[in-house]
Structure formats: C-alpha cells, structure tokens
Design a protein around this ligand. Structure first.
Ligand code: ADP
Length: 193
C-alpha cells in the first residue's frame, strides 16, 4: 500500500493538495476534520463533544479521533491501494496509535509530506477561506492563532516521530498550487522508486 500523511499547519493547503494526490495515486482520502464536521452536522454524541473543542481552536481529545480512524481503516484496508491522511495524526499519541493500527493490518506509513508555510500567510489564507467556507473556526483571528499555536505546541512533534523512521520530507508550501503539487509528486515518486 501507499500510505501518505499530508502534514502541515492549518491553512497550509493539505485539503487542496490531497484532492490532486487522491486522483493521481488512487488513494482513499481520510480527513479527520471532515469526519468531525460530518459528526457535528449529524448532531451525534461524538460530534457534540468535538464541537466544543473545534469552535475554540483546540485539538479534539486523542481517544475520540483514534476511535473514529480505527473504524475507517477497518472498512477500507483490502479495498484500496492506500490512504492519504489529512489533518491526522495531530499528536505523537495519535501517530503511535496509527502506526499500531497499520501494523496490525500488515502495512505502515510510507511517507510524511510536511508543507511549510509562515504564520502570517496561514492567518491570511484562513481568513480568506472563512469568507466562503461557512466554518466558524475560520472567521475569528484569535481562534485561528489558537489553532496555529496547538499546531506548534503539539502537532509539529509528529514530524519528528516520522523523521526518526526516515519518512519525513519537507515541502515549501508557498507558491502556486501547481508548483506545490509538482513538488509533492516528485517527492512521492522518488520515495516509491
Ligand atoms: P485545519 O487544518 O484548517 O485546522 P481541519 O479540518 O483539519 O482544519 O481541523 C479542524 C478542527 O478539527 C481542528 O482545529 C481540531 O479542533 C479538529 N481536529 C481535526 N483533526 C483532528 C485530530 N487529528 N486531532 C484532534 N483534533 C482534530
């Protein structure tokens, strides 16, 4: 399997790039943000719990997210060529849980692609996205900075976890969408070769 983690701070372009990579490499896209927003929209118990954290720009507790991912993997391993994880893992505990789940299924993460974007550019992009995304967490600058701070304090450590496994590739995340897609594909193709 080809199992990629598309990694980077909020607003770094993970969702945009995932759409291209899913098509090109025929992968199943797993975005925990999208899954959590679906639960929120359904008004499920999980969604109601997640909402409190999401609206405040805080990470949803690990056990909630890990439980949700376990179910998705169970339903897809054996049916797909690989996964592209977007917005997950966001803590070292989530990364360790993901590694264990994949090992149990006889597979593993192939590569973590980390998009590098400056904080000022992130805030600008997310405020702009907030004009049309309908996401409460995209409209308030304080919430956006809180999300970047969660990334810096907790999520950035996930890159180190995969660097130890020699699976980290850093990619410049500023430039045109096409330039960034080209850089991502070159990195994936050289890893697979
Ligand atoms: P962005 O990357 O722009 O912040 P996401 O859709 O990935 O957007 O995430 C939105 C929110 O959902 C996060 O701020 C967080 O509250 C929650 N969330 C998403 N994925 C995770 C995760 N893996 N662990 C904890 N919380 C998560």
């Amino acid at each position: 399997m080809l199992n990629l983690v598309l990694f980077g701070p909020p607003g770094s372009g993970k969702g945009t790039q995932a759409a291209y990579l899913v098509d090109k490499y025929q992968l199943k896209h797993i975005s925990t943000g999208d899954l959590l927003r679906e639960e929120k929209a359904k008004g499920s118990e999980l969604g109601l719990e997640a909402k409190r954290y999401m609206d405040a720009g805080k990470l949803v507790p690990d056990e909630v997210v890990i439980g949700m991912i376990g179910g998705v993997l169970d339903n897809n391993v054996g049916q797909v060529k690989g996964f592209i994880f977007d917005g997950f893992p966001r803590t070292v505990a989530q990364a360790e849980a993901l590694d264990t789940l994949l090992t149990q299924k006889g597979t593993s993460i192939t590569q973590l692609l980390a998009l590098q974007v400056s904080e000022e550019e992130l805030v600008k992009r997310i405020l702009n996205r907030g004009l049309t995304s309908g996401r409460a967490d995209d409209t308030n600058e304080e919430t956006i900075r809180q999300r970047v701070s969660e990334y810096n304090n907790k999520t950035s450590l996930v890159a180190g976890h995969y660097d130890e496994q020699c699976k980290l590739t850093n990619i410049a995340g500023e430039g045109s969408i096409e330039e960034i897609t080209t850089a991502l594909c070159a990195a994936i193709d050289s890893q697979v070769a």
